[in-house]
Design a protein around this ligand. Sequence first.
Ligand code: GRF
Length: 218
Amino acid sequence: MGKRRVAILISGRGSNMASLIEAATAKNFPAEIVLVVSNIAGAGGLEKARAAGIETATVESKPFGKDREAFERALNDTLVAHNVQLVCLAGFLRLLTPWFVKQWDGRMLNIHPALLPSYRGLHTHERALADGVKIHGATVHFVVPEMDAGPIIMQGAVAVRDDDTPETLAARVLAVEHQIYPDALRLVASGSTRIEGGVCRTSANASPDDRLIAPAII
Ligand code: GRF
């Protein structure tokens, strides 16, 4: 089986995109990044992608105004023209219609900066700190029409510190994101995941670090 052809959709700086591109340079990685698409002209990630030798495209959402489907048809045409097989959303700040989601059913991944199903939506780090949770993290999941829902592929967690600010917490979670997104894509692209009854099962092992307890009594 050849490598899966992957497009990454971005709207901003593209640090998760960069981690996927970097991981995919490995010979044994089961996916290749064939295209980066931004819905925002001049998004910082586009330059990073070009510097890495990846083809880029801009399909601006703004000119389409409220006509989400017209934007998505243009986006979909671009993906299809590049024979894309899997789509990774990476800081893509655009709600997708059920039509688009259906085109990529079981073939579109997203990363969310929280341990879903907790903290769907925005400002996840602020909300986690306000709630005083002791463990926080990030989730890679398949995209379904409902926002920040869908079968969970992989999660990574960090211990929340008493002196954390949204910024310091975001930075540690982001480091986890950069680890789990490439790992999750590897699982999906190698055919090691299956969706059963709305739940993602994998043939990967559970973590050898079985427990994360915070705060620790030292
Ligand atoms: C990340 O925190 C990601 O989880 C969220 O948006 C942010 C995008 O950052 N969906 P980047 O563009 O990948 O640096």
